[in-house]
Design a protein around this ligand. Structure first.
Ligand SMILES: Cc1cc2nc3c(=O)[nH]c(=O)nc-3n(C[C@H](O)[C@H](O)[C@H](O)COP(=O)(O)OP(=O)(O)OC[C@H]3O[C@@H](n4cnc5c(N)ncnc54)[C@H](O)[C@@H]3O)c2cc1C
Length: 129
């Protein structure tokens, strides 16, 4: 462990969050802007990984996959403004689990329950339609 680098990193982190400028850090810190300033300190090596993207394909409540119609824009479809986007289902195509979008755009809530619930709906409809 490079102690000097660790202290410099900790100091710059604390300076940024105390100035409420965590968003300027790399990577940016948006939530929990609390300085790390109470010893004892311990070093733990971690390996970051992506659980899933928390975003995905637009679907109906039946898990039928939607595509856009009447628009050629590649801009994201924000759930706050669905009226600006017209969509239609793609016949015979269903999505489930982490491939489904707009489930947890505000807060992470785990993926197993989403996979279980949407998977059963998508599977039933794929088998019957
Ligand atoms: C490290 C880690 C920890 C997690 N911890 C939690 C937790 O504590 N609680 C929680 O709720 N969620 C947790 N999750 C998230 C949860 O595991 C996933 O959101 C969930 O398993 C997604 O289910 P899924 O069916 O959508 O996708 P997956 O489980 O990824 O299933 C997709 C399946 O499709 C198969 N597949 C891929 N391509 C093809 C192909 N071409 N042909 C055929 N089959 C294919 C894959 O092999 C896989 O079996 C965690 C995820 C990770 C990675």
């Amino acid at each position: 462990m490079n102690g000097r680098t660790a202290v410099e990193t900790l100091t710059s982190f604390n300076d940024a969050v105390e100035a409420n400028e965590g968003h300027r850090l790399d990577p940016p810190r948006r939530d929990h802007q609390t300085p790390v300033d109470e010893p004892p300190f311990h070093v733990v090596e971690v390996q970051p990984g992506i659980t899933f993207t928390m975003g995905g394909i637009d679907v109906t409540p039946d898990m039928a996959v939607l595509r856009r119609t009447g628009s050629s824009t590649t801009l994201p479809h924000f759930p706050e403004s669905p009226a600006t986007v017209r969509t239609a289902t793609i016949p015979g195509l269903y999505a489930a689990g982490v491939d489904v979008g707009n489930v947890m755009h505000r807060q992470y809530m785990g993926g197993l329950a989403v996979a279980l619930v949407t998977g059963r709906v998508a599977g039933r409809n794929a088998a019957t339609n």
